[in-house]
Design a binder for this molecule. Structure first.
Ligand code: FAD
Length: 511
């Protein structure tokens, strides 16, 4: 068997999970009496970071020294109570315990590296359940000055606004949020001297010898390569959110054009490669959902933090608390069915919500995705919504706003609802023309179903046995959270924790 390059560990993908796994592999591990392992990070696109680079970089790893420093009253026990209340115990208890046990150790490992600096940031947990921390328990990386990254800065995927619309983000500014997380991990990995970050290298297949995954086949601009992975292959190459075909096959609501993953990045390659060698899958119809603002390029912008306005379906009626955490609101959209409009008025300066990327009102209006009218009746005519229903919905909503109580959907009663308004009411009357209707669609931050893996990230075969040498984390794997999104930073926190555990397993079994 001829190899183009030989490594101990090959990691497919370069999101936060992939890079946390790569750092754990490439670093010396004194406790395991193991030196850093020769590690390759394979990234299909020319840029590192995937959706993780677009993210707000909230990391939900509970019960660690970060929350202790912040004095927010978080603990492993309260996080366990919270997850148990939301997910129950069936089928996920072993993963939950592995995750909870790993969080403090992983954070200690990360913070040992001078490149990794994080702090707790208020962002409420998403459900009113026992063990919740009202102001949240997730943490974020500190901004990263460009000069600390040097030439590596050019490798990090730009912010989503810049990547998709060419706007926003003045060059020269420090890397923030997801870009800081990716930049910091990249810096730390590079400093180990044990890792190659190979962009423009797409995993195509897994190479198996005597029932064990021993390497990968990948495609580069120069042609195919075969890379040996003597300890293991970690698949952390995102989900299949950008594949219209796979979404249709698996019944994922929404659309490939409306997902938030970078263009062409996450098309399920790693999941498909593992399935071809007998890996099993789960949760394939699920995603981390969110409302999306329809954008002129045919795509959608992740929309959250509604400070005003109300959302109606095609009947002209509200169907949910618009301020719900975005995955819950996305699930309401999925069951209500198209079309949806956010109705707002001139009280707000543009959209009364955060959209990522940001929307330019004049472009939205020109594209026919926003409508403007001096009366609700005209707005109904322009959108095709039933005029009578729209008028009575707005009248009823304005009554709730006057009373400060949403009798229908309890908007404004949960700490999450008020997080984005800075404590001000989010029930704001819609009575100051001109009126606007903005088209809303069902978007997502990525699919969350994929390869079934055990609590050590070992990919399971159809018979339920680990496939030797093969591991998965992040959206390539089926999330133990099922159809629930417990709090900010769960996708990235769980991706990092299971990638880290996968590497510990590789070291344990073969050192
Ligand atoms: C605006 C926004 C804000 C968000 N905020 C948060 C937040 O604060 N906290 C949080 O936890 N989550 C957040 N999310 C969700 C989160 O970013 C993603 O769910 C998570 O980053 C997915 O991680 P991943 O490693 O599975 O995939 P990604 O980060 O998308 O990485 C996958 C990478 O694999 C590469 N790849 C794909 N196929 C191959 C192949 N064949 N070979 C090699 N490479 C391949 C892709 O190009 C990509 O770079 C946010 C998402 C968005 C869009």
């Amino acid at each position: 068997m001829a190899w183009d390059d030989e490594y101990d560990v090959v990691v497919a993908g370069s999101g936060a999970g992939a890079l946390a796994g790569a750092l754990a592999a490439a670093s010396d591990a004194p406790a395991a009496a193991s030196d850093g392992l020769r590690t390759a990070v394979l990234e299909k696109t020319s840029l590192v970071g995937g959706t993780s680079a677009y993210s707000g970089s909230a990391i939900w790893l509970p019960g660690t020294r970060v929350q202790e420093r912040a004095g927010i009253g978080d603990s492993t026990e309260s996080a366990r109570a919270y997850l148990r209340a939301l997910l129950g115990d069936d089928g996920n208890a072993a993963h939950r315990e592995a995750f909870l046990e790993t969080a403090p150790e992983l954070v200690e490992f990360l913070e040992r590296d001078p490149a990794i600096e994080v702090e707790w940031r208020a962002f409420p947990d998403y459900f009113d359940a026992p063990g919740r921390i009202d102001m949240g328990r997730s943490f974020v990386p500190l901004d990263l000055p460009l000069e600390r990254l040097g030439e590596l800065a050019g490798l990090v995927r730009p912010p989503v606004d810049r990547d998709r619309t060419g706007r926003g983000h003045a060059p020269g500014r420090p890397l923030a949020q997801g870009r800081s997380l990716i930049g910091r991990l990249l810096l730390a990995i590079t400093a180990t001297g044990n890792a190659d970050v190979r962009t423009g290298t797409a995993l195509t297949d897994l190479i198996v010898e005597a029932g064990r995954v021993v390497g990968v086949a990948a495609m580069t601009a120069e042609g195919p390569v075969r890379l040996r992975a003597s300890r293991g292959v970690l698949l952390a190459a995102g989900g299949f959110e950008s594949s219209a075909e796979l979404r249709a096959l698996r019944g994922v609501p929404g659309g490939a054009a409306w997902t938030m993953a970078p263009d062409g990045a996450n098309t399920g390659d790693a999941i498909a490669a593992a399935m071809r060698i007998g890996a099993s899958t789960g949760l394939l119809d699920q995603a981390w959902f969110c409302p999306g603002l329809a954008m002129p390029d045919g795509r959608a912008a992740f929309t959250l933090g509604f400070r005003g306005g109300l959302i109606v379906d095609g009947t002209g009626r509200r169907f949910a608390n618009e301020s719900l955490p975005y995955d819950q609101m996305g699930r309401r959209l999925a069951s209500a069915g198209d079309p949806f409009y956010l109705i707002f008025d001139s009280r707000s300066d543009g959209l009364p919500a955060i959209s990522i990327p940001a929307a330019a009102p004049e472009e939205q209006l020109a594209a026919g995705l926003w409508h403007q009218a001096d009366t609700l009746a005209d707005l109904a005519a322009k959108t095709g919504l039933p005029a009578g229903a729209l008028a009575s919905t707005v009248e009823r909503f304005n009554g709730f706003a006057a009373k400060g109580v949403d009798e229908d959907f309890h908007r404004g009663e949960d700490p999450y609802d008020l997080y984005f308004t800075g404590g001000k009411p989010c029930l704001v009357p819609v009575d100051r023309p001109p009126y606007f209707a903005a088209k809303i669609v069902l978007s997502d931050l990525g699919t969350k179903g994929g390869l079934r893996a055990d609590p050590d990230g070992r990919v399971l075969s159809g018979a339920g046995r680990p496939i030797p040498g093969l591991y998965a984390a992040g959206n390539t794997s089926a999330s133990f959270t099922g159809p629930v999104y417990p709090g900010p930073g769960i996708p990235i926190g769980t991706a990092m924790a299971f990638a880290y555990r996968a590497v510990q397993d590789m070291r344990r079994n073969q050192s």
